[in-house]
Design a protein around this ligand. Structure first.
Ligand SMILES: CC(C)(COP(=O)(O)OP(=O)(O)OC[C@H]1O[C@@H](n2cnc3c(N)ncnc32)[C@H](O)[C@@H]1OP(=O)(O)O)[C@@H](O)C(=O)NCCC(=O)NCCS
Length: 403
């Protein structure tokens, strides 16, 4: 006879539970390190959830509330990380139960989206997450950069408190985020992660690209020695340029590291404008990750994102959701002036039927309706598919942040 097991998910109540969680995560992930005694403080105990199997703490997760930009509007999102279940408690359905409980909690808090970086897709697909965007690490040999066109702009080191740095950088970051599907509306925690090296103690270097006292770009970076070499690599955590001159000046800044740096690494979209500025084609992709998104609340998620102001259209979508009953049903989406109204309706011959996992990939702009149809996640008449392709077009979804 199959043995029944009890699974419970809860907040952290005391030090004993916190210790149990830290131990389970250390056995499952690369963190927290044993010496990292302020990990839970930085993470925020209120964001942690623990999972118990037959009464014993066996794992947990962390959920940070942020925003994520889609169609020019920031949609509230739960950024899920540190999902880990002890090796001796796996395949009992603990992670599945914990993730479903997290989605219910997010909905109760009025958060219509959840996103995460998956180590395995099957687990997250089983609770309705769909592939949603990318984070690409590029690598470019610095000696191969020959910038001939220095500009009048100056790259200037900036130091000060993290609040002061953020005041200068955030408007520049936001200029890109507002126009880029998938970018985060960074929380305080995420800005701290930008300014501090892993471990959360040492600061990274910050520079601004300056034109007559006005910032047109920035770079947050640090450098590391390559093991067994007298040369290093320049690691760009994030950079941004709002003008073509600032883009060129950033490449000059990187090239000026050529005497002792072997290569530079940074995060960008697959179609990377910074690469299109270069003369040579020597870059490589070092790592490419795909993040996943889950529509927690279909109606609110569709209402809260933006759409092209050039569109005036309506479609009806029948959503199938195996985990979250409030999402099931047929929804009419009416889009005008860049905003959507969503109401319940009855299916007709134009209705498209979508699995919630497919809706998530469509929503972020990662997969087209045609790819989703091919994957068996969407069915509908071809003119509805064409409407959906227009509604959710808007550039490649990507982000430079990892969580
Ligand atoms: C991945 C992990 C969290 C899964 O925990 P778990 O409690 O064993 O998962 P569940 O028992 O709830 O499994 C739920 C589903 O995911 C699948 N699954 C679980 N682990 C999987 C894996 N490593 N690879 C592929 N599928 C997996 C199960 O088969 C099940 O799918 P099914 O219902 O369709 O059969 C756990 O193995 C772990 O902590 N791994 C190391 C850390 C890690 O990778 N964390 C994820 C970071 S994003």
């Amino acid at each position: 006879m199959k043995q029944e097991h009890s699974i419970e998910i809860s907040r952290v109540q005391d030090q004993e539970e916190l210790k149990g969680l830290a131990d389970a995560l250390r056995r499952s992930l690369w963190f927290p390190r044993l010496e990292d005694d302020d990990w839970t403080v930085r993470e925020g105990v209120e964001r942690l959830r623990i999972a118990r199997l037959d009464g014993e703490v066996v794992g947990g997760l962390s959920c940070h509330l942020m925003g994520q930009w889609f169609g020019g509007r920031s949609v509230p999102m739960g950024a899920i990380r540190a999902v880990g279940i002890r090796p001796d408690a796996r395949m009992y359905g603990v992670a599945h139960t914990m993730l479903t409980s997290n989605l219910t909690e997010l909905r109760e808090a009025g958060i219509p989206l959840a996103s995460l970086y998956p180590a395995t897709q099957r687990l997250y697909r089983s609770v309705g997450y769909g592939s949603a965007g990318t984070m690409v690490w590029y690598r470019q040999p610095i000696s191969e950069l020959h910038p001939t066109t220095r500009t009048e702009l100056r790259v200037r080191g900036l130091s000060g408190s993290m609040e002061m740095l953020r005041e200068v950088l955030e408007p520049l970051y936001r200029a890109r985020a507002e126009r880029t599907n998938g970018h985060l509306e960074r929380s305080d925690w995420m800005w701290d992660r930008c300014f501090l090296k892993p471990g959360g103690k040492q600061p990274r270097d910050v520079y601004v690209v300056d034109r007559d006292g006005k910032a047109e770009g920035y770079v947050i970076c640090d450098h590391e020695r390559i093991p067994d070499q007298f040369r290093g690599r320049l690691e760009i955590r994030d950079w941004q340029a709002t003008t073509p001159e600032a883009m060129r000046q950033l490449w000059c800044f990187v090239a000026d590291h050529r005497s002792h740096m072997e290569f530079v690494r940074w995060h960008g979209p697959r179609a990377e404008p910074m690469l299109a500025m270069l003369d040579q084609h020597q870059w490589e992709i070092d790592v490419s990750l795909t993040w996943m998104t889950r529509i927690v609340d279909v109606v609110e998620a569709l209402r809260k994102r933006g759409y092209s102001p050039a569109l005036s259209t309506q479609v009806s979508l029948r959503v199938e959701d195996p985990c979250l009953p409030w999402n099931r049903g047929c929804w009419r989406l009416v889009v005008e002036n860049g905003l959507a109204n969503v109401t319940e309706t009855t299916p007709d011959s134009k209705t498209a039927t979508l699995q919630v996992q497919g809706l998530s990939s469509l929503y972020t702009g990662y997969l087209s309706p045609y790819s989703l149809e091919q994957m068996g996640l969407l069915q509908g008449p071809s003119d509805t598919l064409a409407e959906l392709a227009l509604l959710f077009a808007g550039g490649e979804p990507w982000m430079p942040d990892m969580f």
